[in-house]
Design a protein around this ligand. Structure first.
Ligand SMILES: Cc1cc2nc3c(=O)[nH]c(=O)nc-3n(C[C@H](O)[C@H](O)[C@H](O)COP(=O)(O)OP(=O)(O)OC[C@H]3O[C@@H](n4cnc5c(N)ncnc54)[C@H](O)[C@@H]3O)c2cc1C
Length: 458
């Protein structure tokens, strides 16, 4: 009899695991309470990048005079953008559900929870169903954290769930939180022409990132007229009547006494795991602050119950969730019998879709210094790159970090056009243990932005 594999949550972790496990012969049931594709398709990655793409096109068209064009201009059609996002979401949902159906996965629309180590209960519109399982994957994702001082109404006080797109285009948006999500929002709404104020609790945006990278982004924000409240922690939010023209009305109070006034506020201050009511205790699954504790195979304290994606408390990235899903399917189906590569979260590439775009992977310069590790850092600006000049955007740089003794590539960061694509080369080098000379000696295309990688590797 084939293995009964039950998955709760159909985001990137759940649907990837379902596809692979079914392909390997498991009898897979996938339970999803909302939309297949998960938060990633509905609220996070996809709608955010669709809005950023529209903002990017707008900025590029309006900057076309720098490329020898005249009389070119564009303006935002907010309803058309709303329709575009809905179309992309529907295409992706249909593609995920088509793929799962083709693999013979049973899809259940409902809310799932553990009843015991081998029993899952699903609440559907028809009532409760109980399913027995040999293997269970918990991949229920996460949701935005809302502090108790913020009266979120989905209208003028928003979380990331309300903002793609928001009910109306804000005249003046106050973004609270300057991590990856916060800065993407700043970029997106300022590219639509909104006034934006960013509350930054530390002294730099993107506190986890290389200070040089963060500085490049801050410079760009300041050039666009974004107001930065640095070293200020938001502690209160009041909703007024909107004021004349709807431009005022939201007041965000900070712990240092400063007050930001705008028309809308958006909270981007982290997330919480979706583990309440999931029955972790009933099955004896250990959790830490709501995140399921997992080992390097993504197994929980109950070995046949796995957790992946945001719920596993590892890197909250869609890309990581999908790879975890694939690894879990392979492990549960007994494929990991010989030596194989475990997931190394420290080698995960990530990107921030601002302009300039930012991407990094592997060892960061600051971490190497703080641990006393000897490194070689080489950096070249895009201003020396022919393709960047041709494309009229030579902002940013490529930085490569390598081992001075062996030349092995340990990490890198890229700020500039197409950084999210270009980082793949450094990510491959980091994962495969390649040396800088391997990049230098690759016969690359000319003119190409990637030539900056070879120059930085010299
Ligand atoms: C604004 C924003 C932008 C982002 N952009 C990117 C990006 O560009 N690139 C990137 O790699 N990552 C990005 N992320 C992170 C990414 O969205 C998450 O890491 C990813 O969605 C996690 O996938 P998951 O499978 O764990 O969960 P999710 O995608 O959250 O899916 C979980 C699913 O489980 C369902 N569910 C929950 N509880 C139950 C239950 N009891 N029963 C049944 N179903 C249930 C939910 O409805 C949901 O569909 C972004 C995040 C945010 C907030």
């Amino acid at each position: 009899m084939s293995k009964r594999f039950v998955i709760i949550g159909g985001g990137p972790a759940g649907n990837t695991a379902a596809t692979y496990a079914a392909r390997m012969g498991a009898d897979v049931t996938l339970i999803e309470r909302d939309i297949l594709g998960g938060a990633a398709h509905l609220w996070d990655c996809i709608p955010s990048k669709a809005m950023i793409a529209t903002g990017g096109a707008l900025s590029q068209i309006n900057a076309a005079s720098g490329m020898g064009l005249t009389d070119v201009s564009a303006s935002l059609d907010f309803d058309a953008l709303r329709g575009r996002i809905a179309t992309i979401q529907e295409k992706l949902r249909a593609s995920v559900s088509g793929m799962l159906e083709n693999q013979g996965v049973t899809l259940l629309q409902g809310t799932g929870r553990l009843k015991g180590p081998h029993e899952v209960v699903v609440e559907t519109t028809d009532g409760l169903t109980e399913i027995d399982a040999d293997v269970i994957l918990l991949s229920t994702g996460s949701r935005p954290r809302i502090p108790d001082w913020a009266p979120v109404d989905g209208n003028r006080v928003l979380t990331t769930r309300d903002a793609y797109p928001p009910p109306e285009l804000p005249e003046h948006l106050i973004v609270v939180g300057s991590g990856v999500t916060g800065v993407e929002f700043v970029h997106m709404f300022s590219s639509f022409g909104c006034q934006v104020t960013l509350i930054v609790s530390r002294q730099q945006v993107l506190p986890q990132k290389d200070p040089e990278v963060a500085a490049a982004l801050e410079d760009d924000f300041i050039r666009r007229g974004v107001r930065l409240y640095k070293g200020a922690r938001a502690v209160g939010l009041d909703v007024g009547d909107g004021g004349e023209g709807g431009g005022g009305g939201i007041t965000v109070r900070c712990d240092d006494g400063r007050v930001a006034v705008g028309s809308h506020a958006l909270l981007a201050i982290g997330s919480l795991p979706n583990s309440e009511g999931l029955g972790l205790d009933a099955a004896g699954v250990e959790a830490d602050h709501g995140y399921v504790v997992v080992n390097h195979n993504c197994q929980s304290s109950v070995p046949h119950i796995y957790a992946a994606g945001d719920l596993s408390g590892k890197l909250p990235l869609s890309s990581v969730a999908s790879v975890q899903g694939r690894k879990i399917a392979e492990h549960a189906m007994g494929l990991h019998v010989g030596p194989h590569r475990h997931l190394d979260y420290e080698k995960a590439a990530s990107a921030i879709f601002t302009v300039p775009e930012i991407a990094d992977v592997g060892l960061a310069e600051a971490d190497a210094f703080s641990s006393g590790r000897k490194i070689r850092v080489t950096k070249v600006p895009f201003s020396a790159n022919a393709k960047a000049l041709i494309e009229n955007d030579a902002r940013g740089f490529v930085k490569i970090i390598s081992d001075p003794a062996t030349g092995v590539v340990l990490g890198g960061s890229i700020v500039g056009r197409n950084a999210a694509e270009l980082i793949s080369v450094i990510a491959l080098a980091v994962t495969a243990g390649l040396r800088v000379t391997d990049i230098v000696e690759s016969l690359l295309v000319h003119p190409a932005l990637a030539e900056a990688l070879a120059d930085a590797a010299e």
